[in-house]
Each structure stands twice: as structure tokens, then as C-alpha cells.
Design a protein around this ligand. Structure first.
Ligand code: BTN
Length: 148
């Protein structure tokens, strides 16, 4: 009986371990970021491409914020674990465009997290103002409703 204990220990570890490493990060769903912005990513197609919508909590303009479309893609060779991705938001209430690039991670508690960097390109009136037209930043997104 005592001799069997190490065997049972190893067996139970072997059975439990895969459930820790099996965490998949899936882009589809509702997300919120550290600025309070919300986005929805629709189902990915066979090529890893997706569409969605973005409601920003902040704006560099004085315009009224409106829900805006996004389009992006996830890297196809790493789609089953912690994929890299990128998407573009074409703002409906300004002349600006934002591109996000990032990776979908599963943290130690099994929670999905999107770590992103973005470039926000604003329209300027002339070439001389080009130097001030692009902002850069980071956003961290977490899922709004946990997956079942
Ligand atoms: C604009 O101000 O012209 C459009 C809205 C830009 C919102 C930016 S995009 C990067 C950052 N992350 C957000 O969630 N919102 C801001």
C-alpha cells in the first residue's frame, strides 16, 4: 500500500497537469480594456480573419463617440494556444484609424488577457503637421463575460 503511494501521486499529477497547460486563448467574445473601452470580436473564419465592433471610452477629438467597426486576423499557425493577432479600427466619428497588434494569453489563473500595442493615426491638414499625427500606446483587455 505504502509502495503504491508514489505511483498514485505521479498518476494524479499526470492527469491534472494537462488541464493547466490546455488553456486556450480565444479572441471571439466581449472584451474591456484598461481605459474602459469595450470591443466585440465575432467568430473567426477559416483563415483566422475576423470582424467586430469597438466602443472607445476616450477620444482625441471633440466629436461624439460612436460604435466603430474593426477588422483583423489571427496568426494561423498558433491559433490553438496563445495566438498573435492584429486589427484595425476605422473610427466612424473621426478621420482617424487605429491599428492594434497583440497576443492572446492565458494567465496563471486560467484567465484570458490580450496584451496589445496600438498606433492611432489622426488626419492633419498638411504635410508640415505629419510629425504630430501618430500616437502610440498599449492596452490590456480582459474578457467581459467568462467562457463556460
Ligand atoms: C479618435 O479619437 O480619433 C478615435 C478614437 C481613438 C481611441 C483610442 S484608440 C487607442 C486607445 N485605446 C482605446 O480604447 N481608445 C484609445
Amino acid at each position: 500500500m505504502v509502495q503504491g503511494t508514489p505511483f498514485l501521486l505521479v498518476l494524479s499529477m499526470a492527469l491534472v497537469a494537462p488541464s493547466f497547460s490546455a488553456g486556450k486563448c480565444i479572441l471571439t467574445g466581449h472584451w474591456a480594456n484598461d481605459l474602459g473601452s469595450n470591443m466585440t470580436i465575432e467568430a473567426l473564419n477559416g483563415k483566422g480573419e475576423f470582424m467586430g465592433s469597438y466602443h472607445t471610452a476616450v477620444t482625441a477629438t471633440k466629436n461624439e463617440i460612436q460604435l466603430s467597426p474593426l477588422q483583423g486576423s489571427q496568426h494561423s499557425t498558433n491559433s490553438n494556444s496563445q495566438p498573435t493577432f492584429g486589427f484595425t479600427v476605422n473610427w466612424k466619428f473621426s478621420d482617424s484609424i487605429t491599428v492594434f497588434t497583440g497576443q492572446c494569453f492565458v494567465d496563471e489563473e486560467g484567465k484570458e488577457i490580450l496584451k496589445t500595442m496600438w498606433l492611432l493615426r489622426s488626419r492633419v491638414d498638411n504635410l508640415k503637421d505629419d510629425w504630430k499625427a501618430t500616437m502610440v500606446g498599449t492596452n490590456v483587455f480582459t474578457r467581459l463575460h467568462s467562457r463556460k
